[in-house]
Design a protein around this ligand. Sequence first.
Ligand SMILES: Cc1ncc(COP(=O)(O)O)c(C=O)c1O
Length: 402
Amino acid sequence: MTGALNALDQRITAQLDQFRQDAVYKTFNYLESPQAPRVQMEGRGSVIILSSNNYLGLSDDPMVMAAGKGAIDEFGAGTASVRFICGTFTIHRDLEAACARLVGTQASVSFVSCWNANEALPGTVLTEQDIILSDQLNHASIIDGLRLAKAITKCETGVFKHGDYAELDQKLAAASGKQVKMVVSDGIFSMEGSIVDLPALMAVCRKHGAILWIDDSHATGVLGKEGRGTPEHFGLHGQVDIITSTLGKALGGAAGGFVAGSSALCDYLMQRARPQLFTNALPPTVAASALAAIEILEAEPDRVAKLRENTAFFRKGLLSLGFRPHPGDTPIVPVILGETAAAIRMSELLLDEGVFVTGFGFPVVPQGTARVRCQISAAHSGEDLDQALAAFAKVGRKLGLI
Ligand SMILES: Cc1ncc(COP(=O)(O)O)c(C=O)c1O
């Protein structure tokens, strides 16, 4: 090892030691079976998963898996280059048509992750004459997307307090001279499980002629009668200008994301977005699994109703035990515990009882609001949820929480 590398290793080793001392060092659990309501965890055996984004239970669905296997026979392992150089597989075109159909836009463009999609969008389309304003609680990929956009294009960026549309109104009024004004918000905020007030947000954007971009990663397949996301939930399907979302949660859970919007926007991203032009496309296996997941969702909207039923059951169970989950009705059900150490301890004790649910503390969530974040799936059976609630009861009593 060179002296220079040695210096780097020494510094990061000291930082890793500090993480351990501060009890923020993450330990990883290894799974030996597909994502499902119950998984085989190395060293633990069968555990109930309450911390996966497998909202519709499609990760191990036989049709989703078969589609991935079929695609490897049809298209091989991958594009072997970027799409404009080596060709675009028909499965990518079919997937993009399905994503646009699902969320109600003219077109969509796929990326290898929604992280990539969120980083690509603002830095590709905005210029120094434009401004983009972002809700304070938006996902990290949006925060980084704005940082990148500012560095690349010199566009103005800004943040408004979470859900504070009076502040947004003022900031947009002050930006009246900008050529393009864009506003971005998560559809469901992932740490709270709360839903954006889309009608109010849209009204402010319309008032100022601002383009509205919603990241619906936690809401696609989850909100709305047919799982089309936050706009459908509010009766505003097809009315949001730009939607980004992931294929890595409800839609099969493999990987991938997309930007959905006007045909011109998607065409421009295909021409100019750097994470489109300089990296390989989604592997065809992944694209085919996601397409199968969308087709299942379209054919079986009952899965969304089942998800809602399971969520209501679990929330009610927690409340009757004496827990105070963060209010809401999405399948993200955070139980706030305060200190980070308390959340980590609860998560460890729950795992001892055969329930895998992750504890989150500062800096992921604000100081003093550490939590275990439960996530419900349509695939959880009544027995899974009963057993999970029994574990919460036992651990909650042990920790003096209930
Ligand atoms: C709101 C939101 N946007 C984007 C992402 C990134 O999605 P992906 O895993 O496809 O990169 C996530 C994932 O956690 C998310 O919750």
